[in-house]
Design a protein around this ligand. Sequence first.
Ligand code: IFM
Length: 722
Amino acid sequence: MNSYELRQWQIKEAPFRPFDLAHTETILTIGNGLVGVRGSFEEGYPTDSPTTLLAGIFNHKAGTLVPELVSMPNWLSLTIHVNGEAFRLDQGRILGYERVLNMKTGILTRGVLWLSPNRTILRLAFERFTSLANPHILALRVLIQPLSEGQHQLRMTSALDGRILNPGNVDHWANLHGEVSQDQLFINGTTDQSGYHVAMAAQLLSTHSGEWADESNPRCPAHSLTFQLNQNEKATITKLVSIHSSRDTDDPITAARTTLEQAVEVGYDKLKLDHESAWYDYWDQMDIVIEGDEVAQRAVRFCTYHLLIATPQYDERVSIAAKSLSGFGYKGHVFWDTEFFMLPPLTLAMPEAARRLLMYRYHNLDGARKKARANGYEGAMFPWESTDTGEETTPQWTDPHPVTGERIRIWTGDNEQHISSDIAYAVLQFWQWTGDDAWFVQYGAEIVLDTAVFWASRAEYNAEYDRYELRQQIGPDEYHENVDNSVFTNRLVAWHMQQALNVLDWLHQNHPQAAQRLEAQLNIQPQKWQDIAQKMWINVNQGVLEQFEGFFDRLQPFNLYDYTPRTANMDWILGHEKTQRVRVIKQADVVMLMAILWDELGDHDFLMRNWETYYPVVDHGSSLSPSIHAWVAARLGLLREAYDLFIYAATIDLEDHKGNVRDGIHAACCGGVWQAVVFGFCGLKLRDNEITLDPMLPKHWRRVAFKVVHQGRIIPIEITNT
Ligand code: IFM
């Protein structure tokens, strides 16, 4: 690979950006679907947040509002002393520095040339990865070389640091027990409410022998190795770590010991090779090649990389959190972000992974049924936010405002109900692309049908107008809460009811036993479903879809451009109450509906009128918005807007456009970017089971290439710009 090609696979930090730690920690996260590890430094700094998260390990601490992902013991901890001086970037002088995330291999490296306060020059080369070949193995290595004259004493101190707590100093552990045995470390503990048992083991391997010492603290097993190095002599220190939990085994302690033994036996080099070759396969499936646009190429790879490191490889009882495993934003909860944003790329390119994510919803049908019953409905009403239990975990209140102490009621858990249809949409899209009838009959159909049962019990019949309505909803535009007849929701529900009827017919014709089983199990009412599909109120006002009742008549007109330029969201500027009263919207709402249903909604003029109505008033207050707008703009032939929106979305985390990357990657945006290229610029569609393309590429893109899987067949797609 030449250096131009290489650059498009790399995220580089050079020189060191000391004031940007939280941002770089997030964007340089490594992971393998099981484990996510923020890009914190081995030696640790006062303002860092060294976080390792394990998929599905949630705990609801007494006194906190909702469950959250639990911070694991910090396995990165490795401090280096040379002649008694601690290697730290905030002391001495940095003579050279480069940190590189190689997205092609999922390996993070750091090279440093450091002059210590006492003038010893040290060359350091760090490298770390979370094995994609065996996700229970984590590895880091550092090469050390003193360049100053004489003999130098090196002391390496390694720990599994269980003193790391969640934000707000929330301690989720009932107990954490550490142990040291010369070159090995062990730690295990149990979460205090959910009762997950987690065990980690580590071994430090060195090219140089020396003196071992136990350096443990409570909750922090640690050891050190001291040895001598001459000028220019190199030492390599390798830390191999294993991690298991009661989510994957009955005996995490034994599993952690066994996995560590195996890792040590295989050795770092082979572990790395296996890891790299697993990444090769990942990229072979998911990469989008864009020729002619280096910025776009790297940014799209960055988004795909973050989607890949968040995608569970085995466990079908976990999904992908809104901020993946890269930070604590939204506490690790799962939203519609998965089904509408992250799943489509996986459905098209890695259907096995998509299937697992859909199984998360299937396994959580009971939670959805419980929610429906608790609200007086039937069927399956999926939670707006969920964790490992499938129950509703949206907090009801915001945290108190730091100055006023005010808390705002959060209504999304009550009324952002479109998620049930979003999930049905994702199931149907998966079925359509994979043609996996066996899976659909056994699992998918139940999701589509029981969510339809929910809507049949939820929809309100308005006899005066002979129509169905949905009151008290929140559409994707969360700036306007508890509105009546959100057109996004109503239209999607109408579509969903029709699809459910089609599924029922198909089952009767092709799998009558399954049809009977589901009819016996669920309250299926074809007549009522038909009625709802036909009579759901879809409000067209002034020639466009009205986002909700009163959007045009009751909201005050608002000129977003009066507030340009700005980075803050409009609800922060105007305040919660005022935002509800003005015509400014948070994110793609009607435009989201256009993206997914497109010409089922109307002809080109109708779609354009809707775009012209909603695009000028969208704040992009959610990172979910720009990529969808890019997709729709491309379809409308508005290439300039499409490209600007696309680049904004693709670099949202790299350039921290929203100012909150410290909380984690905007994982939905990552999936949205993939879709903006494939569905937007390339115009990929499945029509009557045929793949069609209708490219609208930015002028300077010479070539776009990617692969999709259609009904088991890998289809390479290549579009060249003429
Ligand atoms: O699901 C989104 C929502 O659409 C906008 N607010 C943030 C949520 C999590 O990403």
